[in-house]
Structures are given as C-alpha cells and as structure tokens.
Design a protein around this ligand. Structure first.
Ligand code: PLP
Length: 356
C-alpha cells in the first residue's frame, strides 16, 4: 500500500505521473533513449519545453496577456535575489510583506540591492497570521509577498490593489486555487510542491516590467536573457521540467485549477473541522488565514504524542511531523494528495480521542 504522504516536500506527484516518469527514464517517447540522455536541443525535448511553458500560461489564464513562463535553475531561493536584480532601480526601493521564514529570506536578499521597506510583519506572533491594513508606498519599484507560508500554515486570501508591480512567491500553493493571476506581474515557485521534483523553478513574468533598472544584470540572472533564449540559456534541468509537464497535463485532465481547488477545499475543510471539533487538538494559525495546503496543529496535551504518533504511523501516514519552528504537526495537502488520505488522518484523530 502506498503511504498517505503529508510531507511538505519534495515532492508529491500523482501516481500516474510517477509511472509515466519511470517509463521515460528507460525509454522516452519510444526513442529507445532515456529522457535523461537525449539532447535538450532535440526536437523531442524542445517540444516538452514549449508545451510546458504554454500549459503554465493556459492553466493560469495568462495566455496572450504579455506574460512569459520560464523554467530556471536555483530554486525559489535564487528568485529572492533575481527579483531585486531585475526590478529594483538605481536608488530605487522595494516593499515586502513579512509573513514567514521564506518571506524574510527574500527580504534579506533584497536589502543587498537597495532600500527595502517591510510594510508589515507577523513575526512577533510567530507568524500565526497574515498582517492586514498596511500601507504600500506608491513610489516603490515593486511589492513582494508570499501567498502561502509553508512552515506556519497561513495563506493570503486577498492581495492588495496597487499601482506598482506585484511579485509573489507561490512556491507552496501554485496551481492549487483560482486567483486572478493577471493581478501579479511576477510569480515564482520552486517546482517541488505542486509541480515536479526539486531542481527547477517556475517564473511567470509580465515582460513589460523588465529592462528598467538601468543596471547591468549578470546573464544567468537576467530574466530578459532567459526569455530571449526560450528558457534554454544553458542546459535546462530536463527531468524536473518533463515531470512538471506531466503534472500540468494531469491537472488539465482533472479540470484545471478550478476543479482541483474544490478538492483542495474539501480536504482542508475535513481536516480543520476535526482539528476544531476534537478536544485533543488545536490549530496554530488564526482561523481566517489558515492555509488549504499546509495545516499546522498541536496536541493540547503533549503527553498524548507517543500514542498519536504510533497510531498515524500504523495507518500508513508519513511526513506529519511539524516544522521545528512551530512544533506539533503539519499536514501538507498538495494537489496530488487524495481526499481519502485526509479521511484516514481524521479517522486516526478520532481513534485517539476514543482511546483517551
Ligand atoms: N518559498 C516558499 C514559500 C517555500 O515553501 C520554499 C521551500 O519550501 C522556498 C521559498 C524555498 O524554495 P527552494 O528550496 O526551492 O529554494
């Protein structure tokens, strides 16, 4: 039996994608060659890249709206510095919303490039909520936010309306819920939650915001160079890109983002209802900001941890242990986690209650 995988990453993919990948490692497209050994300049791989880039824009509803999708190296962490490199102007300034560990990682890098204003932060409350009612200076070069805080289990439910470019780190909730993605000028996401294995990062950028810094940008860090080379400036990570394409095709077959959002909401509702009902547990994020991707919760009495841990492990659950900065438990419910896995977890939580 395959485990119910609640791990925060990397990476949870649909079973059928793992099966297609296993075949492609041995014999890609009937070529009697592995996906790992064909040239990235071959017609077969170029068509993988083209389809993946197009499908990203199609699924996000951004086709024909001046956006480019890129598959880059370096992880979301490299985007923490590529964003200011490409957007912060000479003597310019940037604005950031500090909602967690990853947001503060992005802020740390931006500070090397120029004035970096943190418009609001929930750090003092161990990032248990998303700050509201903050002002964003209108003369900043951009506003940066993190849509889903993987570690703390909070998620932005709305985004500010601004007249400056909005940049969003969507690493842990991309393709999981419908948003008006055209409100964002630059979206980035490490592949390894809802898309594919670690090793590739998706960047979706509105071309018109680029080329305005007046500064030299090293080629590998310059979005315009990557666009000019159709996301093949250097050898692309072929395997994670192919895996991403298969996952995106799977998502399209499910009915796209709207369809998966319904399932994701059903999974999250089921789990949060039990966390709130069961007297043994409590959630750590404030209710209105709870993430539908990563649910963080603790036992009211740590003394029950040993029994609970034994029960969920025996039920075939893995990856439920919380991040060390929050403690307790974190149930990551990415797109590929089936509803049945949440039913199993909720069953185990009820079983613990019955035992005690
Ligand atoms: N941003 C968010 C929201 C994340 O969850 C993560 C990793 O989990 C990162 C950034 C860092 O991503 P990477 O490891 O690809 O650099």
């Amino acid at each position: 039996m395959k485990k119910h995988n609640y791990s925060a990453g990397p990476c949870i993919l649909p079973q059928e994608v793992f099966e297609q990948l296993a075949k492609a490692i041995l014999n890609f497209n009937g070529m009697d060659l592995s996906i790992l050994e064909i040239s990235h300049r071959s017609a077969a791989f170029v068509s993988v890249m083209e389809e993946a880039r197009a499908l990203v824009l199609e699924l996000l509803g951004l086709e024909g709206k001046g956006y480019q999708a890129l598959f880059l190296h370096g992880g979301a962490s490299l985007e923490f510095l590529m964003v200011p490199y490409n957007l912060m102007r000479e003597n310019g300034k940037a604005t950031y919303l500090d909602t967690g560990t990853w947001a503060s990682g992005a802020i740390k890098e931006a500070k090397h490039f120029g004035e970096t204003i943190v418009v609001a932060s929930s750090k003092a409350d161990n990032y248990n909520h998303i700050p509201k009612n903050y002002e964003v200076p209108t003369d900043a070069n951009y506003f940066h936010c993190t849509s889903n805080n993987t570690i703390f289990g909070t998620q932005m439910k709305s985004f500010p309306e601004l007249n400056i470019p909005i940049v969003c780190d969507m690493s842990s909730d991309i393709f999981s819920r419908s948003l008006d993605f055209s409100k964002f000028d630059l979206i980035y996401a490490g592949a390894q939650k809802n898309m594919g294995p670690a090793g590739v990062t998706l960047v979706v950028v509105k071309e018109e915001i680029l080329g305005k810094t007046g500064k030299h940008i090293p080629s590998m860090l310059d979005y315009q160079q990557h666009i000019a080379k159709e996301s093949m400036y250097n050898t692309p990570p072929v395997f994670p890109i192919y895996a991403s394409l298969l996952t995106l095709q799977w998502l399209k077959k499910q009915g796209g983002i709207k369809a998966i959002e319904k399932i994701n909401e059903a999974k999250a509702n089921l789990l949060y209802t039990e966390i709130d009902r069961n007297p043994l547990f409590r959630g750590t994020a404030v209710t209105e900001d709870r993430s539908i991707m990563n649910a963080t919760f603790v036992l009211n009495d740590e003394g029950h941890a040993e029994t609970f841990d034994k029960l969920w492990k025996a039920a075939g659950i893995s990856g439920l242990t919380g991040h060390r900065s929050v403690g307790g438990y974190r149930a990551s419910m990415y797109n590929a986690l089936p509803l049945e896995s949440v039913q199993v977890l909720v069953g185990v939580m009820k079983e613990l209650e019955n035992k005690i």
